[in-house]
Design a protein around this ligand. Structure first.
Ligand code: UDX
Length: 469
């Protein structure tokens, strides 16, 4: 089939490459000529494991091309996938649909052949219906329809999640649109991927409901971590124990610094805002607390770090391991790690940051921090080391070697993923979130967490709510 993918950011670039990989003729479209050029040369504009290979293979075969022209897209495509960003609005927690609307407005005048427009971006429920009405106005008489087919891909696993998804969710208003999308995804359906065919409103909601559930799991375990800290109990053992219950499951129960990135935080805020518009804000009022618990982990980490640094950051050299919002990504959007680093810098600390992939993006957002070429350089002379993003690289570090370069061998593992015994054997004092700190005996490690705004909509200028674009 002849498909276009409009918007070649994180979602669109991966979707375009993977659709070509399963046999379609694909034209990727973006207004950014630089991005189009890079993709056409097989160079992904961001770090994503596996994407380079699938991109170069399909650009090489001629099945995957890129353009800046929506006219060319309209001439070419039977199906147009809309993959543009829906960030949080600057003035409210709601989603900013400017880019989605702009695609429809710019594409509509060029449409002349029967086609299906399929949204993949995360949008407020009701968007398909609104865009359908808009399209009828802008392209009267054209045989076209809007459907919604949310993506569930995780950064770091985006290619795998696209080629072998857990499920396909497709919301359409007609059997014809449903059949078209079944044909697009035929290879996956033959491989047994579950297909949930439904109406557009349900499909739109599935996405935000899934992200809300995942965010709830993370904030739940982080709330437990704080209780564990107060009680001298161990949240990792607790998560293992409750995770054995198949009704609960162990995944997304890793306590730590909390969630960030371009999706979960803004999606739960936009969902709550949309529910409010629909008059059911109270039904999802808990989402605000999920957000608050999440943002609290950043303040909590800064407060614990300050205690470990001797009650002040002034005159202290702090090594930060990790800048991205999660490992295997170079994405620093709303990164908890970077937010903590920025807050410590603002409070007088000399912060040296290392990240295996995210330094360029981090530097662009926070040029005032110092960036190190490797973990040892970041740790040199440090009074305290903070482990803030759980890259496998940091698990493999040699704690004995690092102990020789720091000033004080003291580490806060805010992702609970280092082998604490190994580090302690190498002479380190190790503090983790929600785990007993042996050097303090079984005494609860009490810290005072400054009261925050709750941060349902991050206040501009508060580095703990940092939401780099
Ligand atoms: C998420 C959803 O998982 C995906 O389905 C959706 O399409 C987009 O949003 P992603 O943003 O790539 O994907 O990140 P994810 O792997 O879900 O992690 C989100 C954040 O939660 C990260 O900051 C991660 O460090 C954190 N996290 C995750 C935890 O703190 N604890 C966990 O147990 C799991």
């Amino acid at each position: 089939m002849r498909l276009t993918v409009i918007g070649t950011g994180y979602l669109g670039a991966v979707h375009a490459a993977c659709m070509a990989d399963i046999g379609h003729e694909v034209l990727g479209v973006d207004i950014d000529a630089g991005k189009v050029r890079a993709l056409a040369e097989g160079r992904p504009p961001f770090y994503e494991p596996g994407l380079h290979d699938v991109l170069t293979a399909n650009v090489g075969s001629g099945r995957l091309r890129f353009t800046t022209s929506l006219r060319e897209a309209a001439d070419f495509g039977e199906v147009h996938f809309v993959c543009v960003g829906t960030p949080q609005r600057r003035d409210s927690p709601a989603a900013d649909l400017r880019h989605v609307d702009a695609v429809i407005d710019s594409l509509a005048p060029h449409l002349h052949r029967p086609c299906l427009i399929v949204g993949k971006s995360t949008v407020p429920v009701g968007t398909t219906a609104r865009l359908t009405a808009r399209l009828r106005e802008l392209a009267p008489g054209v045989d076209t329809e809007v459907a919604w087919n949310p993506e569930f891909l995780r950064e770091g696993f985006a290619v795998q999640d696209t080629l072998e998804p857990d499920r396909l969710v497709v919301g359409t208003d007609s059997d014809r649109a449903d059949e078209t999308l079944r044909a697009v995804y035929a290879p996956m359906l033959r491989a047994g991927v579950p297909y949930v065919g439904t109406d557009p409103a349900t499909a739109e909601l599935v996405k935000v409901a899934a992200n809300s559930f995942l965010a709830t799991k993370i904030s739940f375990i982080n709330a437990m971590a704080e209780v564990c800290d107060a009680a001298g109990a161990d949240v990792v053992t607790l998560a293992d124990a409750i995770g054995h219950d198949t009704r609960i499951g162990r995944r997304f129960l890793s306590a730590g610094l909390g969630f960030g990135g371009g999706c979960l935080p803004k999606d739960i805020r936009a969902f709550a805002a949309r529910a409010g518009e629909l008059g059911v804000g109270r039904a999802v009022a808990f989402l605000r607390q999920i957000d608050e618990i999440n943002m609290r982990q950043r303040r909590r980490t800064v407060a614990i770090a300050r205690n470990l640094a001797g009650g002040t950051f002034t005159g202290r050299r702090i090594a930060v391991l990790g800048a991205t919002f999660k490992p295997d990504s170079d994405d620093v959007r709303d990164s908890p790690a970077l937010a903590v680093a920025a807050a410590i810098h603002d409070r007088g600390g000399e912060v040296h940051v290392h990240d295996p992939q995210g330094v360029d993006n981090a530097r662009a957002v926070l040029p005032a921090l110092r960036y190190a070429a490797d973990a040892a350089a970041a740790c040199r002379g440090a009074d305290l080391v903070l482990h803030l993003t759980e890259w496998g690289h940091y698990r493999d570090l040699d704690p004995a070697a690092l102990a020789t370069v720091v000033r004080t061998p003291k580490i806060l593992d805010a992702r609970n993923s280092l082998d604490a015994d190994r580090w302690r054997t190498a002479g380190w004092f190790v503090r983790a979130l929600g785990r007993p700190a042996p050097a303090l005996g079984r005494q609860p490690a009490r810290v005072v967490i400054p009261h925050g705004s709750g941060c349902a909509a991050p206040a501009d200028g508060d580095p703990l709510s940092l939401s780099p674009k």
